[in-house]
Design a protein around this ligand. Structure first.
Ligand code: NDP
Ligand code: 8X3
Length: 265
C-alpha cells in the first residue's frame, strides 16, 4: 500500500465489471494520497463509482471521472492534454476497456461487430499505450511506470463462436510481449492479467442486452467476481519496482484449462 502512495492511476472501462472493481480496490488498498482517473463512455456511471469510493474511503483518494471512448483515436490522442495539469503525471495505466459482440461463426460474423471489437480491444489499447508511454519515458533510467493489460484466457485458447474476440485477445498478448521486450532498458513494467470466466456485464454486451441469455452462460457454474481480478491487478501494481508480475492466468476452479473446458453441475 505504501508503494502506491502518491500515484496517479488511469483505468479504462472503469464504469463496470473488472475496471470498476479495480478502481475501488486501488482506493481501498491505498486510501491516502492516490489519484484515480476513471475513464469509460458512460460518464454518469463513472460519477457513481467516484461517489462510491468517496463514501467507502473518504476524501483521501482523489477521483477524476473522465469520458473517454478508447475506440476513438481523436479522443485518445487529446486525452492527456485535456487532463487538468495536476493529473498528468501518470504512473499506472490499466488497459481494461474491452468487449465481445455476438457468438456468430464465419461467414456470418457481422462486420460491425468485427470492427468494434478490434477498434476497442486492440487499436484502443495500443493507442492508449502510445498516448501514455511518453510520460513514462521522461523519467530516470530510461523511464518508469506500469502498463497493466487485461487480456483473456480466450487469447490463449480460441473457441468456436468467439473467433474475433479470441483474435483480439491474442493480439493483446502479442503486443504486450513485444512491448516488454522493447522496453527492456527501462524501469517500465509491462504486465498482463488474463482472466477466465468472470461474471460482469461482459455476456450482457455479448448478447446485445439479452440478460436471460447472459445468465445462461453462468448457470451451473461459479464464475469469478470482478473483485478477484481487481485484487491481482492491484497486487501487481503494488510490488516493489524490481518485481514484474509479467503474466497471470486466473480462472474459477470449475474452468481449469481452457475457455470452453468447463464442469457444469
Ligand atoms: P464489462 O462489460 O462489465 O465492462 C467493460 C468496460 O469496458 C465497461 O466499463 C465499458 O464502459 C468499457 N468499454 C467498452 N467499450 C469501451 C470504449 N469504446 N471506450 C471506453 N470504454 C469502453 O466487462 P468486463 O469487466 O468483464 O470486461 C473488462 C475486460 O475484461 C475486457 O477487456 C474483457 O475482454 C476482459 N475479460 C473479461 C472476462 C469475463 O469473463 N468477464 C474474461 C476475460 C477477460 P462503457 O460502456 O461505459 O464505455
Ligand atoms: C472472456 C473469456 O472465455 O468467456 O474473455 O470468452 S470467455
Amino acid at each position: 500500500a505504501k508503494r502506491l502512495e502518491g500515484k496517479t492511476i488511469v483505468i479504462t472501462g472503469a464504469s463496470s465489471g473488472i475496471g470498476r472493481s479495480t478502481a475501488v480496490e486501488f482506493a481501498r488498498t491505498s486510501p491516502k494520497n492516490l489519484r484515480l482517473i476513471l475513464t469509460a463512455r458512460r460518464i454518469d456511471t463513472l460519477k457513481e463509482v467516484a461517489a462510491q469510493i468517496k463514501k467507502e474511503v473518504g476524501e483521501g483518494v482523489k477521483v477524476l471521472p473522465f469520458k473517454l471512448d478508447v475506440s476513438s483515436p481523436d479522443e485518445v490522442r487529446s486525452f492527456v492534454g485535456n487532463l487538468p495539469e495536476e493529473w498528468r503525471e501518470i504512473d499506472v495505466l490499466v488497459n481494461n476497456a474491452g468487449l465481445v459482440k455476438g457468438v456468430d461463426k464465419a461467414p456470418e460474423i457481422k462486420e460491425e461487430d468485427i470492427n468494434v471489437m478490434f477498434a476497442t480491444n486492440v487499436t484502443g489499447l495500443i493507442n492508449m499505450t502510445q498516448a501514455i508511454l511518453p510520460i513514462f519515458k521522461k523519467r530516470a533510467d530510461g523511464g518508469a511506470g506500469d502498463i497493466i493489460n487485461v487480456g483473456s484466457i480466450a487469447g490463449r485458447e480460441p473457441y468456436q463462436g468467439g473467433s474475433i474476440y479470441c483474435a483480439t485477445k491474442a493480439a493483446v498478448r502479442s503486443f504486450t510481449d513485444s512491448l516488454r521486450r522493447e522496453l527492456i532498458a527501462t524501469r517500465i513494467r509491462i504486465i498482463e492479467v488474463d482472466p477466465g470466466q468472470v461474471e460482469t456485464e461482459f455476456s450482457v454486451v455479448r448478447f446485445y442486452g439479452d440478460k436471460a441469455k447472459a445468465d445462461a452462460v453462468y448457470a451451473g457454474c461459479e464464475p469469478l467476481t470482478p473483485d478477484d481480478i481487481a485484487e491481482v491487478i492491484v497486487f501487481a501494481a503494488g510490488r516493489r519496482e524490481n518485481v514484474v508480475l509479467a503474466d497471470t492466468l486466473i480462472f474459477p476452479n470449475h474452468q481449469q484449462a481452457a475457455a470452453t473446458v468447463m464442469h457444469k453441475k
